[in-house]
Write a protein that binds this ligand. Structure first.
Ligand SMILES: [Zn+2]
Length: 396
Protein backbone atom coordinates (compact mmCIF):
# COMPACT_ATOMS: atom_id res chain seq x y z
CA UNK A 1 0.00 0.00 0.00
CA UNK A 2 1.28 3.49 -0.83
CA UNK A 3 0.21 6.67 0.96
CA UNK A 4 0.67 9.60 -1.43
CA UNK A 5 1.16 13.29 -0.57
CA UNK A 6 1.36 12.71 3.16
CA UNK A 7 3.19 14.74 5.85
CA UNK A 8 5.58 12.55 7.88
CA UNK A 9 7.49 12.82 11.16
CA UNK A 10 10.30 10.72 9.80
CA UNK A 11 13.02 8.59 11.43
CA UNK A 12 14.46 8.61 14.95
CA UNK A 13 14.90 12.38 14.87
CA UNK A 14 11.23 12.96 13.92
CA UNK A 15 12.29 15.13 10.99
CA UNK A 16 9.16 16.72 9.51
CA UNK A 17 8.53 16.26 5.78
CA UNK A 18 5.57 18.28 4.58
CA UNK A 19 4.60 16.05 1.65
CA UNK A 20 6.01 12.74 0.47
CA UNK A 21 4.99 9.15 -0.29
CA UNK A 22 5.20 6.27 2.15
CA UNK A 23 4.97 2.56 1.51
CA UNK A 24 3.63 0.00 3.98
CA UNK A 25 4.25 -3.69 3.32
CA UNK A 26 2.38 -6.14 5.57
CA UNK A 27 3.06 -4.79 9.07
CA UNK A 28 6.19 -2.76 8.33
CA UNK A 29 6.99 0.70 7.00
CA UNK A 30 8.75 0.61 3.64
CA UNK A 31 10.45 3.46 1.79
CA UNK A 32 9.65 7.12 2.34
CA UNK A 33 10.25 8.98 -0.91
CA UNK A 34 8.57 10.99 -3.65
CA UNK A 35 10.00 8.48 -6.13
CA UNK A 36 8.20 5.31 -4.95
CA UNK A 37 6.57 3.37 -7.77
CA UNK A 38 3.64 1.05 -7.04
CA UNK A 39 3.97 -2.65 -7.67
CA UNK A 40 1.32 -4.29 -9.87
CA UNK A 41 -2.18 -3.53 -8.50
CA UNK A 42 -0.73 -2.11 -5.27
CA UNK A 43 -3.34 0.24 -3.71
CA UNK A 44 -2.45 3.96 -3.66
CA UNK A 45 -4.23 6.27 -1.23
CA UNK A 46 -4.06 10.04 -1.64
CA UNK A 47 -3.43 11.41 1.88
CA UNK A 48 -3.30 15.11 1.04
CA UNK A 49 -4.24 16.93 4.26
CA UNK A 50 -2.94 14.22 6.59
CA UNK A 51 0.22 13.92 8.69
CA UNK A 52 1.51 10.59 9.91
CA UNK A 53 3.08 10.39 13.37
CA UNK A 54 4.50 7.33 15.20
CA UNK A 55 1.88 5.73 17.47
CA UNK A 56 2.26 6.84 21.07
CA UNK A 57 3.91 4.44 23.51
CA UNK A 58 2.41 5.00 26.96
CA UNK A 59 5.38 3.79 28.98
CA UNK A 60 3.68 3.33 32.35
CA UNK A 61 0.09 2.44 33.20
CA UNK A 62 -1.93 0.53 35.75
CA UNK A 63 -5.12 -0.15 33.81
CA UNK A 64 -6.25 -2.65 36.48
CA UNK A 65 -7.62 0.21 38.58
CA UNK A 66 -9.83 1.63 35.80
CA UNK A 67 -12.81 0.73 37.99
CA UNK A 68 -11.75 3.20 40.70
CA UNK A 69 -11.62 6.53 38.82
CA UNK A 70 -11.19 9.49 41.21
CA UNK A 71 -12.09 7.55 44.35
CA UNK A 72 -10.94 9.29 47.55
CA UNK A 73 -9.09 12.10 45.82
CA UNK A 74 -7.84 13.54 49.12
CA UNK A 75 -5.86 10.49 50.22
CA UNK A 76 -2.06 10.43 50.09
CA UNK A 77 -0.17 8.32 47.54
CA UNK A 78 0.33 5.53 50.07
CA UNK A 79 -3.27 5.59 51.30
CA UNK A 80 -4.34 5.24 47.68
CA UNK A 81 -1.94 2.86 45.97
CA UNK A 82 0.38 1.29 48.55
CA UNK A 83 0.52 -2.39 47.44
CA UNK A 84 -0.02 -3.63 51.00
CA UNK A 85 -2.64 -1.34 52.55
CA UNK A 86 -3.78 1.19 49.89
CA UNK A 87 -7.49 1.56 49.08
CA UNK A 88 -6.72 0.38 45.55
CA UNK A 89 -5.71 -3.07 46.79
CA UNK A 90 -8.97 -3.30 48.72
CA UNK A 91 -11.02 -2.32 45.63
CA UNK A 92 -9.19 -4.79 43.37
CA UNK A 93 -9.67 -7.62 45.87
CA UNK A 94 -13.38 -6.90 46.36
CA UNK A 95 -14.29 -6.43 42.66
CA UNK A 96 -15.46 -9.22 40.41
CA UNK A 97 -12.84 -10.07 37.73
CA UNK A 98 -15.53 -9.56 35.06
CA UNK A 99 -16.13 -5.98 36.29
CA UNK A 100 -12.42 -5.24 36.40
CA UNK A 101 -12.05 -6.68 32.88
CA UNK A 102 -14.88 -4.60 31.48
CA UNK A 103 -13.32 -1.30 32.66
CA UNK A 104 -9.83 -2.39 31.64
CA UNK A 105 -11.12 -3.13 28.14
CA UNK A 106 -12.72 0.33 27.99
CA UNK A 107 -9.38 1.90 28.90
CA UNK A 108 -7.70 0.03 26.05
CA UNK A 109 -10.24 1.46 23.59
CA UNK A 110 -9.91 4.91 25.13
CA UNK A 111 -6.14 4.75 24.58
CA UNK A 112 -6.51 3.64 20.94
CA UNK A 113 -8.82 6.62 20.25
CA UNK A 114 -6.11 8.89 21.65
CA UNK A 115 -3.39 7.45 19.41
CA UNK A 116 -1.77 5.13 21.95
CA UNK A 117 -0.71 2.03 20.05
CA UNK A 118 1.43 0.39 22.78
CA UNK A 119 1.22 0.59 26.56
CA UNK A 120 3.46 -0.86 29.24
CA UNK A 121 1.33 -2.03 32.12
CA UNK A 122 2.21 -2.79 35.74
CA UNK A 123 -0.27 -5.54 36.52
CA UNK A 124 -1.06 -6.33 40.11
CA UNK A 125 -2.78 -9.48 41.35
CA UNK A 126 -0.04 -12.05 40.73
CA UNK A 127 -0.68 -14.77 38.17
CA UNK A 128 -4.46 -14.17 38.04
CA UNK A 129 -3.85 -10.49 37.31
CA UNK A 130 -1.59 -11.24 34.35
CA UNK A 131 -3.95 -13.88 32.97
CA UNK A 132 -6.91 -11.47 33.14
CA UNK A 133 -4.97 -8.77 31.26
CA UNK A 134 -3.80 -11.22 28.60
CA UNK A 135 -7.38 -12.43 28.11
CA UNK A 136 -8.64 -8.88 27.52
CA UNK A 137 -5.86 -8.24 25.02
CA UNK A 138 -7.08 -11.12 22.85
CA UNK A 139 -10.14 -9.04 21.93
CA UNK A 140 -8.58 -5.54 21.71
CA UNK A 141 -6.10 -4.70 18.91
CA UNK A 142 -3.63 -2.71 21.03
CA UNK A 143 -0.04 -3.72 21.84
CA UNK A 144 0.72 -4.27 25.51
CA UNK A 145 3.88 -5.09 27.37
CA UNK A 146 2.49 -6.70 30.52
CA UNK A 147 4.77 -6.57 33.55
CA UNK A 148 3.63 -8.80 36.40
CA UNK A 149 4.62 -9.34 40.01
CA UNK A 150 4.13 -11.78 42.85
CA UNK A 151 1.64 -10.63 45.48
CA UNK A 152 4.21 -10.87 48.23
CA UNK A 153 5.65 -7.94 50.12
CA UNK A 154 8.11 -8.12 53.00
CA UNK A 155 7.87 -6.48 56.42
CA UNK A 156 10.47 -3.96 57.58
CA UNK A 157 12.08 -6.58 59.80
CA UNK A 158 12.31 -9.14 56.98
CA UNK A 159 14.02 -6.48 54.85
CA UNK A 160 16.47 -5.62 57.62
CA UNK A 161 17.26 -9.31 58.11
CA UNK A 162 17.76 -9.58 54.33
CA UNK A 163 15.41 -12.56 54.08
CA UNK A 164 15.38 -14.33 50.75
CA UNK A 165 12.52 -15.65 48.64
CA UNK A 166 10.70 -18.80 49.79
CA UNK A 167 10.29 -21.88 47.61
CA UNK A 168 6.57 -21.22 47.21
CA UNK A 169 7.06 -17.59 46.12
CA UNK A 170 9.86 -18.64 43.80
CA UNK A 171 7.51 -21.11 42.11
CA UNK A 172 4.82 -18.42 41.66
CA UNK A 173 7.42 -16.04 40.26
CA UNK A 174 8.57 -18.57 37.68
CA UNK A 175 4.98 -19.09 36.44
CA UNK A 176 4.30 -15.34 36.31
CA UNK A 177 7.45 -14.62 34.31
CA UNK A 178 6.41 -17.30 31.82
CA UNK A 179 3.07 -15.54 31.18
CA UNK A 180 4.21 -11.92 31.51
CA UNK A 181 6.64 -9.88 29.41
CA UNK A 182 8.65 -9.06 32.51
CA UNK A 183 8.49 -7.83 36.08
CA UNK A 184 6.96 -4.57 37.28
CA UNK A 185 8.14 -4.15 40.88
CA UNK A 186 6.21 -1.86 43.23
CA UNK A 187 9.32 -0.44 44.92
CA UNK A 188 12.57 -1.16 46.76
CA UNK A 189 10.95 -0.50 50.16
CA UNK A 190 8.95 -3.74 49.94
CA UNK A 191 11.89 -6.11 49.38
CA UNK A 192 15.24 -7.13 50.84
CA UNK A 193 18.47 -6.79 48.87
CA UNK A 194 18.43 -10.55 48.44
CA UNK A 195 15.02 -10.57 46.72
CA UNK A 196 15.75 -7.53 44.55
CA UNK A 197 18.90 -9.28 43.38
CA UNK A 198 16.89 -12.46 42.76
CA UNK A 199 14.34 -10.53 40.63
CA UNK A 200 17.25 -9.09 38.59
CA UNK A 201 18.03 -12.56 37.27
CA UNK A 202 14.94 -12.77 35.07
CA UNK A 203 15.92 -12.45 31.43
CA UNK A 204 12.73 -10.49 30.66
CA UNK A 205 12.03 -6.77 31.09
CA UNK A 206 12.57 -5.36 34.60
CA UNK A 207 11.13 -2.07 35.86
CA UNK A 208 10.56 -0.51 39.28
CA UNK A 209 8.88 2.53 40.85
CA UNK A 210 11.52 4.70 42.45
CA UNK A 211 11.60 7.89 44.55
CA UNK A 212 7.96 8.65 43.78
CA UNK A 213 7.33 10.37 47.12
CA UNK A 214 9.38 12.04 49.82
CA UNK A 215 7.94 9.45 52.24
CA UNK A 216 9.37 6.53 50.23
CA UNK A 217 12.78 8.26 49.94
CA UNK A 218 12.89 8.85 53.72
CA UNK A 219 11.65 5.35 54.51
CA UNK A 220 14.50 3.77 52.58
CA UNK A 221 17.11 5.81 54.46
CA UNK A 222 15.55 4.97 57.81
CA UNK A 223 15.08 1.29 57.05
CA UNK A 224 18.31 0.45 55.26
CA UNK A 225 20.51 3.57 55.53
CA UNK A 226 20.64 3.52 51.73
CA UNK A 227 19.05 5.70 49.07
CA UNK A 228 15.87 4.22 47.57
CA UNK A 229 17.26 4.66 44.08
CA UNK A 230 20.52 2.87 44.89
CA UNK A 231 18.47 -0.04 46.27
CA UNK A 232 16.17 -0.05 43.22
CA UNK A 233 19.24 -0.38 40.97
CA UNK A 234 19.81 -3.85 42.44
CA UNK A 235 16.99 -4.97 40.15
CA UNK A 236 19.20 -4.02 37.16
CA UNK A 237 16.16 -2.27 35.74
CA UNK A 238 15.67 -1.51 32.06
CA UNK A 239 13.98 1.64 33.35
CA UNK A 240 13.14 3.40 36.59
CA UNK A 241 9.71 4.94 37.06
CA UNK A 242 8.91 8.39 38.54
CA UNK A 243 12.23 9.59 40.08
CA UNK A 244 10.20 12.54 41.38
CA UNK A 245 12.50 13.05 44.38
CA UNK A 246 15.74 11.83 42.79
CA UNK A 247 18.62 14.04 43.88
CA UNK A 248 21.11 15.26 41.28
CA UNK A 249 23.66 12.91 42.90
CA UNK A 250 21.30 9.91 42.57
CA UNK A 251 20.57 10.79 38.95
CA UNK A 252 24.30 10.94 38.14
CA UNK A 253 24.99 7.57 39.80
CA UNK A 254 21.93 5.84 38.29
CA UNK A 255 22.99 7.01 34.83
CA UNK A 256 25.91 4.55 35.01
CA UNK A 257 23.54 1.61 35.44
CA UNK A 258 20.46 2.36 33.37
CA UNK A 259 19.54 4.36 30.26
CA UNK A 260 15.83 4.67 30.85
CA UNK A 261 13.57 6.76 33.07
CA UNK A 262 9.80 6.88 32.72
CA UNK A 263 8.25 10.03 34.18
CA UNK A 264 4.57 10.51 35.03
CA UNK A 265 4.32 14.23 35.80
CA UNK A 266 0.52 14.57 35.78
CA UNK A 267 0.15 11.61 38.13
CA UNK A 268 2.74 13.17 40.48
CA UNK A 269 0.95 16.52 40.36
CA UNK A 270 -2.46 14.97 41.00
CA UNK A 271 -1.03 13.46 44.19
CA UNK A 272 0.29 16.91 45.20
CA UNK A 273 3.85 15.64 44.77
CA UNK A 274 6.40 17.67 42.85
CA UNK A 275 7.33 17.33 39.18
CA UNK A 276 10.56 15.38 38.48
CA UNK A 277 13.74 17.16 37.37
CA UNK A 278 13.29 16.31 33.70
CA UNK A 279 15.63 19.07 32.59
CA UNK A 280 18.55 17.56 34.53
CA UNK A 281 17.64 14.03 33.31
CA UNK A 282 17.84 15.37 29.75
CA UNK A 283 21.25 16.95 30.48
CA UNK A 284 22.56 13.58 31.68
CA UNK A 285 21.42 11.93 28.44
CA UNK A 286 18.79 9.54 29.77
CA UNK A 287 16.26 8.10 27.34
CA UNK A 288 13.21 9.67 28.97
CA UNK A 289 9.77 8.24 28.28
CA UNK A 290 6.33 9.33 29.48
CA UNK A 291 3.65 7.30 31.24
CA UNK A 292 0.18 8.25 32.47
CA UNK A 293 0.29 5.88 35.50
CA UNK A 294 -2.82 4.72 37.40
CA UNK A 295 -6.12 5.19 35.56
CA UNK A 296 -7.78 5.74 38.96
CA UNK A 297 -5.65 8.88 39.38
CA UNK A 298 -5.03 10.20 35.87
CA UNK A 299 -6.66 9.75 32.41
CA UNK A 300 -4.45 7.90 29.89
CA UNK A 301 -3.96 10.74 27.40
CA UNK A 302 -0.48 11.32 25.98
CA UNK A 303 -1.44 14.65 24.33
CA UNK A 304 -2.27 16.10 27.75
CA UNK A 305 0.81 14.53 29.32
CA UNK A 306 3.16 16.05 26.71
CA UNK A 307 1.60 19.50 27.00
CA UNK A 308 1.82 19.46 30.80
CA UNK A 309 5.39 18.14 30.88
CA UNK A 310 6.66 20.61 28.26
CA UNK A 311 5.32 23.72 29.97
CA UNK A 312 5.95 22.80 33.62
CA UNK A 313 9.57 21.84 32.81
CA UNK A 314 10.15 25.17 31.06
CA UNK A 315 8.45 27.11 33.85
CA UNK A 316 10.46 25.39 36.60
CA UNK A 317 13.81 25.72 34.85
CA UNK A 318 13.09 29.02 33.07
CA UNK A 319 14.74 27.53 29.99
CA UNK A 320 13.24 26.72 26.60
CA UNK A 321 13.02 23.06 25.62
CA UNK A 322 12.37 21.99 22.07
CA UNK A 323 8.92 20.38 21.64
CA UNK A 324 10.67 17.77 19.48
CA UNK A 325 12.34 16.40 22.64
CA UNK A 326 8.95 16.06 24.29
CA UNK A 327 7.45 14.31 21.26
CA UNK A 328 10.36 11.84 21.31
CA UNK A 329 9.48 10.96 24.93
CA UNK A 330 6.09 9.71 23.73
CA UNK A 331 7.40 7.80 20.70
CA UNK A 332 11.08 7.26 19.84
CA UNK A 333 12.56 7.04 23.37
CA UNK A 334 10.31 4.28 24.82
CA UNK A 335 10.82 2.30 21.59
CA UNK A 336 14.58 2.60 22.16
CA UNK A 337 14.44 1.66 25.86
CA UNK A 338 12.47 -1.50 25.08
CA UNK A 339 14.11 -2.42 21.74
CA UNK A 340 10.68 -3.10 20.21
CA UNK A 341 11.24 -1.72 16.67
CA UNK A 342 8.40 0.77 17.26
CA UNK A 343 8.09 4.48 17.93
CA UNK A 344 9.61 5.66 14.62
CA UNK A 345 8.52 5.88 11.02
CA UNK A 346 11.40 4.45 9.05
CA UNK A 347 12.00 1.53 6.70
CA UNK A 348 11.67 -1.79 8.54
CA UNK A 349 9.95 -0.45 11.68
CA UNK A 350 6.58 -1.88 12.71
CA UNK A 351 3.75 0.20 11.20
CA UNK A 352 2.09 1.64 14.32
CA UNK A 353 1.03 5.21 13.61
CA UNK A 354 -1.49 8.04 13.94
CA UNK A 355 -2.99 9.98 11.02
CA UNK A 356 -3.50 13.61 12.07
CA UNK A 357 -5.80 16.06 10.25
CA UNK A 358 -3.58 18.96 9.10
CA UNK A 359 -6.49 21.33 8.73
CA UNK A 360 -8.29 20.52 11.96
CA UNK A 361 -9.64 23.71 13.49
CA UNK A 362 -7.21 23.74 16.45
CA UNK A 363 -4.12 23.02 14.33
CA UNK A 364 -4.57 25.00 11.12
CA UNK A 365 -2.30 26.74 10.11
CA UNK A 366 0.62 24.62 11.33
CA UNK A 367 3.81 26.73 11.52
CA UNK A 368 5.75 24.50 13.92
CA UNK A 369 4.62 20.86 13.44
CA UNK A 370 6.32 19.51 16.60
CA UNK A 371 4.83 22.22 18.81
CA UNK A 372 1.40 21.76 17.19
CA UNK A 373 1.35 18.08 18.11
CA UNK A 374 2.71 18.64 21.63
CA UNK A 375 0.31 21.36 22.77
CA UNK A 376 -2.50 21.83 20.25
CA UNK A 377 -3.42 18.38 18.96
CA UNK A 378 -5.93 16.24 20.82
CA UNK A 379 -8.11 13.20 20.30
CA UNK A 380 -10.25 15.24 17.89
CA UNK A 381 -7.25 15.87 15.60
CA UNK A 382 -7.00 12.14 14.86
CA UNK A 383 -8.32 10.84 11.55
CA UNK A 384 -7.23 7.23 12.04
CA UNK A 385 -4.93 4.94 14.01
CA UNK A 386 -2.91 2.08 12.53
CA UNK A 387 -1.49 -0.84 14.53
CA UNK A 388 0.70 -3.54 12.97
CA UNK A 389 -0.05 -2.18 9.47
CA UNK A 390 -3.85 -2.24 9.87
CA UNK A 391 -6.25 0.65 10.40
CA UNK A 392 -7.98 -0.24 13.64
CA UNK A 393 -9.66 3.07 14.38
CA UNK A 394 -11.11 5.71 12.00
CA UNK A 395 -10.82 5.81 8.21
CA UNK A 396 -8.47 7.19 5.58
ZN1 LIG B 1 2.91 3.21 38.77
Amino acid sequence: MIFKNIGVFSGPDLEYINSTNLKISTKYFGNISNEILPEKEEPIIDCDGLIILPGFINAHTHIGDSIAKDINLDLTVNEKVNPIYGIKKHILNKSLPSHLASYMRNTCYSMIKKGITTFIDFREGGLEGIILLKQILKSVPINCIALGRIEYYQTDSQIQKNESISQEQDYELSIITKHADGLGISGANEYSDSILHYFSQTSKIRAIHSAETITSVEKSKKLTAKSEIMRALQLKPHFLIHMTYASKHDLRIARKYTDGIVVCPRSNATMAERVPDIYYMMKLGYDIAIGTDNVMINPPDMFREMDYLWKTTMAINRTKISPKHILKMATVNPGKILHINKGTIETGAIADCIFIKKHEIDLDPIHDPHASIVHRASESSIQAVMINGKIIYGKI
